[in-house]
Design a protein around this ligand. Structure first.
Ligand code: GDD
Ligand code: MN
Length: 365
């Protein structure tokens, strides 16, 4: 049996040799044919020299990814593409994940299991060494946020085995940041089996889990929720963006009056920065899975959608308060109803005409 081991690296020069040595010992004992692919984000810390040196006597390959920003998930995807074998194991290069457990992971990758995860949180799993209380809590909260997406107890583990033949087309994946395993299990719809592991807090080098990575994680989660739950998530996002737009609208409206503009003119002017704000946020968040479009044209279409929304909003307010009995005595209720109907109209136009879906490829219907 053969296996390609993929380890993403960023400044792990000191860890590469012990990693390769331990993998080798494990593979020889288990009589597995193997290769180790280090997918490096152009560390320039001597990693390449160490890897090339190792490569003279061991099946160690070193792949440098130069695209920026650097990204762990994209590096792993590169590794998966480059692998010689279909059975793959992904692990961190900082020796947090015990290579000795690779054979166990591979054994769990059988039958209907499309993925085997080295799990810290399955019964029998553990974390050795000094993890700060902050880091522990952080990991727990992040894991909890994945509950609606998967049954796996440790879906954020970076230690897992998959069979490449069961993966979805890699180009259809859209991970950002660290959680490529979560991406594969959710978008690949893979059945997961968990293998308890002893995770070791890293000793050499430093963790790359910055606040930037944590933001990337939230963004990644949003994409997966949208993938899984569709319209409700998009609506929520659109609504949340709209709420922030209202803040912009209000701030500009008040600000302009503070510098001497009349309230009607201020009202007319403040609409535009708010529209621009909403257009931009929806572009990079709510609809970031839609194909890119030229900014100016898209902005214009969005402004149109917002105008439709505003007209529907005010129009339904007028109709409700003048014609519909329960609302006649409750204008505030009519205002809320108007906002709801107007936002729905705004959304309907936006999703259809502003952030357009990809056209089906020519000839394919
Ligand atoms: N190519 C590449 N590009 N590799 C990276 C990058 C990057 O931008 N950032 C980090 N890495 C590599 C590191 O060199 C290491 O081998 C591995 O990815 C994990 O990075 P760490 O900096 O050690 O992150 P961590 O310990 O906080 O988190 C990791 O372990 C967790 C527990 O298994 C990640 O793999 C998490 O996904 C995982 O949950
Ligand atoms: Mn680590």
């Amino acid at each position: 049996m053969s296996v390609s081991v993929v380890a993403p690296t960023y400044r792990e020069a000191d860890n590469i040799r012990p990693l390769a040595t331990r993998i080798r010992a494990t593979m020889e004992a288990a009589r597995l044919d193997w290769e180790l692919i280090l997918t490096d984000d152009d560390s320039r810390d001597g990693s390449e020299e160490v890897a090339l040196e190792l490569g003279r006597s061991l099946p160690v390959r070193f792949h440098v990814r130069r695209a920026r920003p650097r990204d762990l998930s994209q590096s792993v995807l590169d590794g998966i593409r480059l692998a010689r074998f279909d059975r793959l194991v992904v692990l961190d290069a900082d020796l947090s994940h015990p290579p000795e457990q690779i054979p166990e992971l591979l054994a769990a990758l059988c039958g209907d299991a499309g993925m085997a995860v080295g799990s810290r949180y399955a019964p029998g799993g553990r974390i050795d060494g000094a993890w700060s209380r902050y880091r522990t809590l952080n990991s727990r909260v992040a894991t909890r946020l994945t509950r609606p997406l998967t049954h796996c107890a440790d879906p954020l583990s970076g230690f897992f085995a998959v069979d490449r033949r069961r993966l979805p087309p890699l180009d259809e994946l859209a991970p950002v940041g660290f959680k490529i395993g979560l991406e594969l299990m959710v978008r690949g719809g893979l059945r997961v089996r968990e293998v308890p592991i002893r995770f070791k807090a890293r000793h050499g080098g430093s963790s790359k889990l910055t606040w930037r990575q944590q933001l990337a994680f939230l963004r990644h989660l949003f994409r997966l929720y949208r993938y899984r739950f569709g319209l409700p998530v998009r609506l929520l996002s659109f609504g949340a963006v709209g709420a922030t737009g209202l803040l912009v609208d209000t701030a500009v409206y008040l600000g302009l009056q503070a510098v001497g503009f009349g309230h009607l003119l201020a009202r007319f002017l403040s609409f535009w920065p708010a529209v621009t704000w909403n257009w931009r946020l929806n572009r990079v968040l709510t609809f970031d899975d839609r194909p890119p479009a030229r900014a100016v044209g898209q902005w214009t279409r969005f402004a149109f959608a917002s105008t439709v929304g505003l007209a529907t909003n005010v129009g339904s307010y007028a109709v409700l308060t003048s014609l519909v009995e329960p609302f006649m005595a409750r204008p505030l209720l009519a205002l809320f109803a108007g906002v709801a109907v107007g936002s729905a109209a705004n959304f309907a136009v936006a999703t259809r005409f502003v952030y357009r879906r990809r056209r089906p490829a020519a000839g394919s219907q």
